[in-house]
Ligand binder design. Structure first.
Ligand code: 5GP
Length: 110
């Protein structure tokens, strides 16, 4: 079981931002920006590449709600989904990083 499945089941605590029947958003334990939130589906999906496109559409709407809730929708933010080994994915459960709260840099990617 992945760490995110344990968070979904409540076996590991998280700092929750928003939740509905299908998705959960919580603060990343090791933030890379002033605001760093993870948005995940509650069902087990390995990554973006294997995810159902309809579900990804609903997850996009959920991410927009999260951005509004933490007041970064107007100032701007970045979403990232790491996929597989070259993508740097550590947790094999689909997640989007939502980063904001300050001017983000775009460098040192490789
Ligand atoms: P990945 O590298 O797979 O795209 O991102 C996994 C993210 O999960 C990392 O940013 C890491 O800090 C975060 N993370 C790992 N374990 C935990 C945890 O137990 N709680 C929270 N809130 N975040 C975690």
């Amino acid at each position: 079981m992945t760490i995110f499945e344990k968070i979904i089941k409540g076996e590991i605590p998280c700092k929750k931002v928003l939740e509905n029947d299908e998705f959960l958003a919580f603060y990343d334990i090791n933030p890379k920006a002033p605001i760093h939130i993870l948005a995940i589906p509650k069902v087990c999906v390995k990554d973006f590449d294997t995810a159902d496109s309809m579900m990804l559409g609903r997850l996009s709407g959920f991410i927009q709600e999260v951005a509004k809730k933490v007041n970064i929708d107007k100032s701007g933010y970045r979403i990232i989904s790491n996929i597989g080994s070259d993508g740097g994915q550590e947790v094999p459960h689909l997640h989007f990083h939502i980063l904001g709260g300050g001017k983000l840099k775009w460098e040192n990617l490789v």
